[in-house]
Write a protein that binds this ligand. Structure first.
Ligand SMILES: C[S@@+](CC[C@H](N)C(=O)[O-])C[C@H]1O[C@@H](n2cnc3c(N)ncnc32)[C@H](O)[C@@H]1O
Length: 226
C-alpha cells in the first residue's frame, strides 16, 4: 500500500519488474505531493521546479493504449522529470520486444535541470525503460524539426498549451493512419487549446476525437490518414 491508493491500482495495471514498478510508484507519489498545476491562466515560472506529471490514472490509460495498439514509435511533447516517459518507454520496450522490431520514445524538454532529473529517473527505472528513450533537449519547435521516425504511432501532448499545435504540426506528416494523439487537460485548459481544437475539427486534417472524463478532460484523437 502507498499513501496514494490510486497508485496501487495504476501499478497493478502495468507489466514490469517489481523494482521498476516500485520505483515508478515512489516517483509518482513524489509528483502527487505537489500542488496541482494547469498551464493556462498561471505564471509558468512556478512550474520550473515542479513535476507537473500526468495523473496516474491517465498514465495507466496511456500505457494500455500503447500496449493494445502495439505502438513502437512515440513522441512526447513535454517531459519534465520524465514520469510519463517511464510509462511510454515501458510500453514501447515491451511492444518492440514482442514484435522483435525497433522502438523509441522521443522525449522533449526545454529546461536543462528538468532534463537532467529526467535522465536520472530513467537510469533508476532501469533497463526496461532507459534504453528506449531519446531525450531531445531544447525548444521542441527546433528539436522536433528533424530526425523523426518514418512512422509515428503515438503522440502525447502534455505541454504548455501554446506549444501543443506547433508540436503536432511538426509530427503530423509522420503520423500513420490510426495513430493516436492524447492531449491532457483538454477541458480544463480549453481556452488555451482553441487553435488545437480547430485543427482537430478541420475535416481537411482528418482527425477524429473524443474527450474521456478524466480530471480536466483527456482528449483521445485518432488520425484517420490521408
Ligand atoms: C506538463 S509538463 C510535462 C510533464 C510530463 N509529461 C510528465 O508527465 O512527467 C510540460 C513540460 O514541457 C516543458 N516545455 C515547455 N515549453 C517547452 C518547449 N518549447 N520545448 C520543450 N519543452 C517545453 C516544460 O519545461 C515542462 O517541463
Amino acid at each position: 500500500m502507498s499513501d496514494y491508493p490510486v497508485l496501487d491500482k495504476v501499478i497493478a495495471s502495468l507489466q514490469g519488474s517489481a523494482p521498476t514498478l516500485q520505483f515508478l510508484r515512489d516517483l509518482h507519489a513524489e509528483a502527487l505531493a505537489e500542488e496541482p498545476f494547469v498551464s493556462t491562466n498561471n505564471d509558468l515560472s512556478v512550474a520550473l521546479d515542479k513535476f507537473v506529471a500526468l495523473d496516474p490514472d491517465k498514465s495507466a490509460l496511456v500505457y494500455l493504449l500503447l500496449r493494445t495498439s502495439g505502438a513502437r514509435h512515440v513522441v512526447e511533447a513535454g517531459t519534465s522529470f520524465g514520469v510519463s516517459t517511464i510509462y511510454l518507454a515501458l510500453a514501447v520496450g515491451q511492444n518492440a520486444t514482442a514484435q522483435n522490431a525497433p522502438g523509441k520514445v522521443i522525449a522533449t524538454e526545454n529546461e536543462a535541470h528538468k532534463a537532467a532529473r529526467a535522465r536520472e529517473n530513467w537510469k533508476k527505472a532501469g533497463v526496461e525503460v532507459e534504453p528506449w528513450i531519446e531525450l531531445r533537449e531544447g525548444d521542441l519547435r527546433e528539436t522536433l524539426k528533424t530526425g523523426l521516425p518514418e512512422q509515428v504511432d503515438f503522440v502525447l501532448l502534455d505541454i504548455w498549451t501554446p506549444l501543443a499545435l506547433p508540436a503536432l504540426s511538426l509530427v503530423k506528416s509522420r503520423l500513420r493512419p490510426g495513430a493516436l494523439v492524447v492531449v491532457d487537460n483538454f477541458d480544463a485548459a480549453a481556452s488555451g487549446y482553441k487553435d488545437l481544437r480547430a485543427y482537430f475539427d478541420d475535416p481537411a486534417n482528418n482527425f477524429r476525437r473524443t474527450t474521456a472524463p478524466y480530471d480536466g478532460g483527456l482528449c483521445i484523437v485518432v488520425y484517420m490518414g490521408n
